[in-house]
Design a protein around this ligand. Sequence first.
Ligand code: 5AD
Ligand code: SF4
Length: 452
Amino acid sequence: MTAQARNTRKLHVVTHGCQMNVYDSARMTDLLRPLGYETVDAPEGADMVILNTCHIRERAEEKVFSQLGRWRKLKEEQGGRMMIAVTGCVAQAEGEVLAKRAPFVDLVVGPQAYHRLPELIAAAHRKSGTVIDTDFPAEQKFDFLPDDAAPQGVVSFLSIQEGCDKFCSFCVVPYTRGAESSRPAASVLAEARRMVAGGAREIALLGQNVNAYHGEGPDGTVWSLARLVAELSEIAGLERLRYTTSHPNDMEDELIAAHGTNPKLMPFLHLPVQSGSDKILRAMNRKHDAAKFYRIIERLKTARPDIALSSDFIVGHPGETDEDFAATMKLVKDTGFALAYSFKYSPRPGTPAAGLPQIEVAVKDARLYELQAELRRQQYAFNDSKLGLTLPVLFTGPGRHANQQAARSGYMQPVVVEHPTDLTGQICEVEIIQSNPNSLLGRLVDKEKRAA
Ligand code: 5AD
Ligand code: SF4
């Protein structure tokens, strides 16, 4: 056995929730690699396991504790030689509770403290009991992340902004992720260049409130997301850019205009509206009304007529009447979405709406059913609208079956193309010959006519 192999430790990471968490898990892995940790697909025999949690979904804590229960058994079987860490938003919100209910957990680390993981692991080795770090340190965690991130592939995620100051009535993010903060533009540009050198063709910029981005520019001025996107577009070899998730109030003119003028900015926007009722939007503390959302959509469609729209909806927020729900259905029908996520309101402890009288579960169920039927119909209609068109698609890897390649349209649709050889990383023109509810089937038109 070489010294290298002897020093290798096994790390198993399980990620719940959004793309931000997927990104954070990858960064934690990067941080631990220099300490000899290599990722493994199963927890059995691991020296360290990390559960990166999400607090947004219903029964988030239950999921966390049932996962931890399984790991506790493994830890016992391994004679206690397995460090268990809980990270992410549940760690942030429930740090003390977690340590009490699951004292076999060695480390509880909030999203703002990941850069301190190596020292926290050392502290956990020295100390019995749970080490908790859920502070919001003054220093920016972005500045402490390592430069040698493992390549993510053709489509890469890049976190540029964290946290939120908006305090929607239903949402835990301002409490778990802290105040809104933006990563300096030079650091974003440097990471994007590294990603492209490592094979990325598409970069998705991530942030809980990504269009509120206001990072320090290399010239000392404050850069908006529009400015950052414009500068990123100059990187040779980077063909596609996206950003998620946005708030309607931060959809600035320059950003809307960029959708019409910047060919690298993909014709897709995820813009959560949550409700179509002004009364409920007020109760949600969204600070915009339905009319403002309509205006933004109109201007986006003027700038980029084929833009695909996506959104988030909540049904059954406290106070929502049948009329309020009808206003949401009207907004959905008026707008037309290519994709959307919809949820039953679920009270999150500590948030303002959790303390209000709640809507009956059966009412929420019925509203969600009706909304999702309409959203599904719109998604199918959107996919159908591409039938017969020739579109540039980015090949992301082999498909599920032999002789198939997986790709993605600019509108975020998965596209399957029959082709015997690997086309990963190429952008080619493909004729859409079949439309399915969740994907498209395409035929390579002319491999030589590729756009990249
Ligand atoms: N209940 C239901 N849905 C929620 N979301 C956030 N908090 C809650 C909650 N308490 C939804 C919102 C948000 C998406 C990420 O999750 O629609 O945009
Ligand atoms: Fe949560 Fe988004 Fe509202 Fe911020 S803007 S509080 S992240 S729903």
